[in-house]
Each structure stands twice: as structure tokens, then as C-alpha cells.
Design a protein around this ligand. Structure first.
Ligand SMILES: [Zn+2]
Length: 209
């Protein structure tokens, strides 16, 4: 998981809430205006996340087939309904149809506020560690809980992280790894930049010779 530093909310979102102060997120698909503002929000979030899923850090595109507006405090739980239009409660998640669901599709309405690590919290990266075999694990109980809740060790994700690590390690050039994986290019970060940063910070890509 990569810490997300946010831009302010889109002005269209602010204006919509002003015009519809009692709107719930689920109401947005009832008319054109709602559908449009929902799409604007999704595109804005995907951009602000450098085209990476807020949870697994896979590549996401702004289209509705590939990404979705994910409510950290689930909108399906009544006590959280007042957060359903709250910008600070929404991130962009991947939206893949896979045998082992991950991220928003895995989390659904299962959520323990006291244990969940949010990508918006300052210390979020400290809760996770990676292994070269593609595994992600918690360094804390909260980290473990969050990995399990989001299915971050699904077969597809583990294999993709393993392959990404191998490609980066095969460069045998720490500076090149930094340039390719840890710098945005045309507004995009490389998939699994969170994992690459973890290894980079610990000297995994430095040559010993
Ligand atoms: Zn994801």
C-alpha cells in the first residue's frame, strides 16, 4: 500500500453536494448529473493516485470497467451512510473480475475501523512488508488484518509482484530502478511502486561490488 497524498476535491463534486445536500452516493446513478459527477470524481482520484489502485497498487485506468470509487467506510453499513459523499472517505480501487477477489470487491461491507490501515493515513506504509517472492505481510496486527481483508496475497497479485521485483532486480542499477519505478512518467507511477520503494529503501537494488 502506498500513502496517498490528496489534491483537493474536484469543484464539480463540491458544487453537486451544495445543490444536493442530502444526496447519498447510491443516488448518483439516478440521473445524468449524478452519473457525470461520479465519473469526474473517479477520474480525479485515479489521476491523484498516479493510476494505481489505492490498495494493491496495480495499474488502473479511469474507465468504470477498470476502477471504481471505493468507500473506505463502507456505504452499505448504515452507521457510515453519512460518509457516503465525503471526499475524504473515497479512494479509487481496482475493479477486476478474478477468481480470488481483491481490494474493494473483497472488502465489501466487511470493515473494522479500529484495525483497518487506510492509504490516506500518514503511517500507512509502516504497516506492510514485502518479500521477493511477491508476498505482502503486515508488520503490525493492523497490517495483517488489512492484507487479509483486501486479499492482497491473491495468486494473481503475488505473481505480478514477484515478476515486477525480478524485472527491477535484473536492472542491476539502483538509479535506473528509481527512475523507472519511483518517478511518475506522464502522471503515472509504475505498478507496485509501493513494493519497489520498500526494497529500494532497504538497499535491495544496490550493487555489492
Ligand atoms: Zn486493487
Amino acid at each position: 500500500m502506498r500513502r496517498i497524498e490528496r489534491m483537493g476535491e474536484p469543484s464539480e463534486w463540491t458544487a453537486y453536494i451544495k445543490r444536493n445536500p442530502n444526496a447519498q452516493y447510491r443516488d448518483l446513478d439516478k440521473d445524468e448529473e449524478g452519473i457525470t459527477v461520479r465519473k469526474i470524481l473517479r477520474e480525479h482520484l485515479v489521476r491523484s493516485q498516479y493510476y494505481l489502485c489505492a490498495y494493491c497498487c496495480r495499474r488502473i485506468e479511469p474507465s468504470g470497467e477498470d476502477s471504481l470509487n471505493e468507500h473506505i467506510k463502507p456505504q452499505g453499513i448504515a452507521r457510515y451512510s453519512r460518509y457516503s459523499m465525503c471526499y475524504d472517505n473515497i479512494v479509487a480501487s481496482c475493479n477486476r473480475q478474478e477468481n480470488q477477489p481483491t481490494c474493494s470487491a473483497k472488502k465489501k461491507n466487511d470493515y473494522d475501523e479500529k484495525r483497518f490501515v487506510s492509504p490516506l493515513q500518514e503511517d500507512c506504509e509502516e504497516h506492510f512488508a514485502f518479500a521477493p517472492n511477491g508476498e505482502i505481510m503486515g508488520t503490525t496486527e493492523k497490517g495483517d488484518y488489512t492484507c487479509n481483508l483486501l486479499g492482497l496475497n491473491s495468486y494473481v497479485l503475488k505473481e505480478a509482484r514477484k515478476a515486477t521485483y525480478k524485472t527491477a532486480a535484473d536492472y542491476h542499477d539502483e538509479n535506473l530502478v528509481k527512475e523507472v519505478y519511483l518517478m511518475p512518467h506522464e502522471g503515472r507511477l509504475a505498478p507496485f511502486a509501493d513494493m519497489i520503494k520498500y526494497f529500494y529503501d532497504r538497499g535491495y537494488f544496490a550493487e555489492n561490488t
